[in-house]
Design a protein around this ligand. Structure first.
Ligand code: AMP
Length: 542
């Protein structure tokens, strides 16, 4: 017997339709690339998204075709996304922090036919465009007055281009399983791999993100997504904020402490999301200038492990709730969030921060397990590590073109490449990337635990741990430190600080000081480069 309920395909344009109808006057505030703060509303954004869709269709772009975006978070970028999706196209976010050749490789692989680009990135596009065979049109997200000189053919100013449309366009009726978006993983090993989102997965992911024990956002929130739309969909906020009708504040290209603080303050932001480095910059700015955060209620921190010091400062000094979250491009990206279950409601002080320090538990819509290398499930005892595997309606089922097939198994589990343990209450803690974990005498040592501990030293700015070859133990940990400006902690001081806080055999065999630790385009420590740098390093214990 079938249910007798309506078929109402989960399509992204229904999100912007609902935002315009229910919350039409709600603002989208953007720090523009041209300089000034500009204001629009969900009502206007929908009309302009319709114009984008109409113009794309008129220019001959078709259902299923990929349209690149190389842009900061702004209302125009948001309109472009909804316009692309609403005419059946597939937005393809590009990370400007990659090398030009990598961006061109990715665009060729996805066969992007058009590109929406911010003024900031025009010099980059001049280099890339000639290398991308499929690229026919470049739409610069600005007006005629700000258009730069360009040698490229077929470059138009966004405002002129949409001004030629009246918005009298009907969103395409589609199957909810059709593709609507695309994003490539950063590819720390091998070529980047394409993740293809469907309308259904994006809508379900947005609903999951809104749930009270996930991000817990509402129409009364003012949301500042610092995390870029080109980094894992701005963690879904470009869909979940309009879905619930929250005011959006888009930071454009300025993500330094002073610029973010200015928006938090003047727009009375209540909720924000970003990677730890952004919050470090903000906290420094607050401390140096004696500022407070009277409006901000909650921040989501993820993308890499959030140092405990950040969580404690936000909560104790500024009264801001921190939600540590884990996810990945392949998961749209939310996987787990460290909100507090009733089991932990009575915890206080360090015990509470211990839980907040985990990556959290999976909301409805994400299943997870940890296994050994033979795919045997490991217990949820809060200490047995294993490969972290996930499945759900917003988790990739394969990569574009069939790359990386070994990460997906017949039961639908995706191997995240992360190593983790899960406690009896379902709270997961990442201990490493599978390729970074140190195997010392057959036992695993978590590099992330060591790094978190080392950055707790007051004179340490950043820490990375890598495995270095050892004649007896195969591999032993080497701790690489960037000191805080003006501080000179010694090897002994740092080891002394760590001693007693971890198992003895986890203690790094040596400490080296460097001026800088290499990072990937998404802000993660580039351990492959570090390992190359210290290949052949002779440990004092060897
Ligand atoms: P990306 O797809 O670029 O967002 O990268 C996803 C990867 O970032 C994950 O597989 C993790 O290795 C790492 N990651 C994301 N969030 C966290 C977190 N909260 N703690 C530790 N690692 C994280």
């Amino acid at each position: 017997m079938l249910g007798l309920m309506q078929q109402w395909p989960l399509l992204n344009h229904k999100i912007i339709d609902s935002a315009a109808r229910q919350h039409g006057a709600r603002e989208i505030v953007s720090r523009s690339v041209e300089g000034p703060i500009v204001r629009t509303t969900y009502g206007e954004a929908r009309t302009r998204a319709l114009k984008v869709a109409q113009r794309l269709a008129r220019d001959g772009f078709k259902r299923g075709e990929r349209i690149g975006t190389l842009a900061w978070n702004s209302a125009r970028h948001l309109e472009a996304w909804y316009g692309i999706m609403g005419m059946g196209g597939v937005y393809h976010t590009l990370n400007p922090r990659l090398f030009p050749e990598q961006i061109a490789w990715i665009m060729n692989h996805a066969e992007d036919r058009a590109l929406f680009v911010d003024l900031t990135f025009m010099p980059l596009v001049e280099k890339i465009a000639p290398l991308v065979k499929s690229l026919e049109k470049v739409i610069v997200l600005t007006d005629a007055a700000h258009m730069p000189e360009s040698k490229l053919p077929n470059v138009v100013a966004y405002e002129d281009w949409i001004a030629e449309a009246d918005g009298d366009f009907a969103w395409l009726a589609m199957d909810e399983n059709e593709a609507c978006g695309m994003c490539y993983t950063s590819g720390t090993t091998g070529d980047p791999k394409g993740v293809v989102y469907s309308h259904r997965s994006n809508v379900l992911h947005a609903m999951i993100a809104c749930m009270p024990d996930a991000m817990g956002i509402s129409s009364r929130d003012v949301i500042l997504p610092v995390v870029p739309m080109f980094h894992a969909n701005a963690w879904g906020l470009a869909q979940s904020a309009p879905m619930i009708g929250a005011k959006l504040v888009m930071p454009g290209g300025k993500m330094d402490g002073a610029s973010i603080y200015e928006l938090l303050d003047t727009e009375k932001v209540t909720f924000s999301a970003a990677v730890p480095t952004v919050w470090l910059m903000l906290l420094q700015h607050l401390e140096q200038n004696g500022l407070s955060l009277p409006h901000l209620n909650k921040v989501v921190i993820g993308g890499s492990a959030c140092p405990r010091a950040i969580t404690e400062k936000f909560e104790k000094n500024y009264g801001v709730q921190v939600i540590h979250a884990w996810g990945m491009t392949e998961m749209s990206p939310l996987g787990t969030l460290a909100t507090i279950k009733p089991e932990y409601a009575d915890l206080e002080g360090d015990a509470l921060f211990d839980i907040k320090q985990t990556q959290g538990y999976a909301p409805f819509g994400v299943e997870m397990k940890v296994t050994d290398d033979e795919n045997n499930e490991r217990p949820w005892d809060g200490k047995t590590f294993g490969r972290l595997k996930v499945r759900g309606p917003a988790v990739a089922s394969s990569y574009y073109g069939g790359a990386g097939a070994e990460q997906f198994d017949a039961e639908g589990w995706f191997d995240t490449g992360d190593v983790a343990h899960i406690n009896p209450n379902g709270y997961m803690q990442i201990t490493d990337r599978a390729k970074d974990v140190i195997k010392s005498g057959g036992e695993w040592i978590s590099t992330i635990d060591l790094e978190n501990l080392a950055v707790g030293h007051p004179d340490v700015a950043e820490a990375a741990v890598i495995g270095v070859a050892h004649p007896k133990w195969d591999e032993r940990p080497l701790l690489v430190i960037v000191r805080k400006p003006g501080k000179e902690p010694t090897r002994e001081a740092i080891l002394g600080f760590m001693e007693g806080k971890i198992a003895k055999w986890w203690m790094p065999d040596d400490v080296v000081f460097v001026a800088e630790i290499p990072h990937t385009a998404t802000g993660k420590i580039q351990k492959t480069t570090l390992r190359d740098q210290f290949r052949g390093y002779r440990l004092p214990t060897a």
